[in-house]
Design a protein around this ligand. Structure first.
Ligand code: TYM
Length: 339
């Protein structure tokens, strides 16, 4: 009798390392629609394809926020928001910037390859100088250097962000080029990855949606708040009478419909022919946004009721990436002659 031997098992293939991505978000409290459409939905999508590292950038926040209790609360709210929107701590790393303080050392080292003129021409620095005239601190000027350090300490090559971060990303690339030219190839040049809605306008229909402007739609807030914010939105200012035809391409409410259903063309048609009015459009948008974020809203409330769970996820995240940050710092110190 012959016995058939089972074929020897194939040797286990070594796991293929996934390219690394990084992004940062300020601890501005609960996320708003602009954060989600402009960046966070890419954080969620990309965690399945890449080795993803996401940071809540509390060092950056100190350039504008000086209330310690508020900073702590908002850091937790932002963490809970990101987890509620779909970041999975088993698939990506979520941590608080100041829990991996090596980045401040790298930021200092990078300042020595960064001409001051590059920083002075940064659009956000110019804006902030106007905005907080009695608090033009050094951190505001050095902000993009710390942002470059955030990315390159993990040698990330892709950075999911909204369009408002384009100038910062370009500066990060210039800093990387300057460093590599002086000390030898060390860091990859990071590239921005955008969503289909890289700039989301606020309820005023003019400026970028932003907490500091106060024109947000707080998607994880109570439905009544969402409704109130949407009903207050500025639409097509040339449409005065209900019977005037609308122009969906300039109406912010219509533009936002694109992200909440495939039928936006037919909704737009109703606007163009004045079959529907702005109030109808707002009502539809409010219903859709409330419904789309219903589960995330529950998850957010649940996480906020268990702050220890949030803190544990953040602590594990910071520990998980410690070896990457430490290895980069050993390499950089060596290359710069510090050891
Ligand atoms: P922050 O906290 O202002 O915004 C977080 C992310 O949300 C995007 N975003 C928007 N996108 C479209 N429309 C909007 N209205 C809108 N508002 C916010 C932002 O583009 C961003 O992607 N400097 C950064 C934080 C940062 C960072 C980094 C980012 C620090 N280090 C390293 C990338 C890599 C900031 O203040 O984002």
């Amino acid at each position: 009798m012959t016995t058939e031997l089972a074929p020897a098992p194939a040797p286990l293939a070594a796991p293929v390392p996934r390219p690394r991505i990084f992004s940062g978000i300020q601890p501005s409290g609960v996320v708003h629609l602009g954060n989600d459409l402009g960046a966070v939905r890419n954080y969620v999508r990309l965690q399945y394809e890449y080795e993803a590292i996401y940071s809540i950038v509390d060092y950056h926040a100190l350039t504008s926020t000086h209330d310690p209790a508020a900073l702590r609360t908002q850091t937790r709210e932002m963490a809970a928001s990101l987890l509620a929107l779909g970041l999975d701590p088993d698939r990506c790393t979520l941590f608080v910037q100041s829990h991996r303080p090596e980045v401040t050392e790298l930021a200092w080292l990078l300042t020595t390859v960064t001409p001051v003129s590059w920083l002075e021409r940064t659009p956000t620095y110019k804006e902030k100088k106007e905005h907080q005239q009695d608090d033009v601190n050094h951190g505001l000027l050095a902000y993009p250097v710390l942002q470059a350090a955030d990315i390159v300490i993990y040698k990330a090559s892709l950075v999911p962000v909204g369009k408002d971060q384009a100038a910062h990303l370009e500066l990060s690339r210039e800093i990387v080029r300057a460093f590599n030219a002086r000390y030898g190839q060390t860091f990859p040049e990071p590239k921005a990855v955008y969503t289909e809605a890289p700039t989301v306008l606020g309820t005023d229909g003019v400026r970028k949606m932003s907490k500091s402007v106060g024109n947000t739609i707080d998607v994880l807030g109570p439905p009544e708040l969402i409704k109130k914010q949407i009903m207050s939105m500025v639409t097509d200012t040339q449409r005065v009478l209900r019977t005037d035809p609308g122009r969906p391409e300039v109406c912010n409410v219509c533009q936002l419909q694109r992200a909440f259903g495939d039928d936006y063309e037919s909704l737009w048609d109703g606007e163009r022919t004045a079959r529907t009015g702005c109030v109808d459009m707002k009502r539809i948008l409010a219903e859709r946004i409330t419904e789309r974020y219903a589960e995330a809203r529950d998850r957010y409330a649940n996480l906020m009721a268990h702050p220890d769970r949030i803190d544990e996820i953040l602590a594990v995240g910071a520990e998980r990436i410690r070896p990457i940050a430490e290895a980069t710092m050993i390499e950089v110190r060596e290359k710069m002659g510090l050891r």
